[in-house]
Design a protein around this ligand. Structure first.
Ligand code: FES
Length: 127
């Protein structure tokens, strides 16, 4: 699966909105560092976090076991399956939140915003 990723931390700096349908196109043209925007491949049976780390990126995490939400991402396009999730309520899953620590892509392409743990929705879930 090919993953296109964007760091949530840069949205504010650029005045970008998560709800903007063209967010990824805008980011692609935004001259961002590879750490903040880019693409990588996820291998079969590899979690998104493991793939990010294999490519040299330091995405946030803590427990790696589906219990803390520090690794949360938002899926903008495509779909993932998360094996263990003890923390995200259904309404957040419905909004596209997933856990990168044990979430694996189930579509050939995925667009995600990572590092969303500073979003107010996640404040009470972080351990
Ligand atoms: Fe704790 Fe993913 S790192 S839920």
């Amino acid at each position: 699966c090919r993953v296109e990723y964007l760091n949530y931390a840069v949205l504010d700096d650029h005045g970008w909105d998560l709800d903007d349908a063209d967010l990824m196109e805008t980011a692609a043209d935004g001259g961002l560092d590879r750490e903040d925007y880019g693409q990588f491949w996820v291998r079969p049976r590899e979690s998104l976090l493991e793939a990010a780390e294999r490519h040299g990126f330091a995405w946030p995490f803590a427990c790696r076991g589906g219990a803390c939400a520090n690794c949360a991402i938002i899926v903008l396009k495509g779909d993932m399956r998360t094996r263990v999730d003890h923390v995200l309520p259904q309404e957040m899953l419905d909004e596209g939140f997933q856990l990168s620590c044990n979430g694996m892509p189930v579509t050939d392409e995925l667009q995600v915003v990572y590092n969303v743990k500073s979003m107010p929705e996640l404040e009470d879930l972080l351990l």
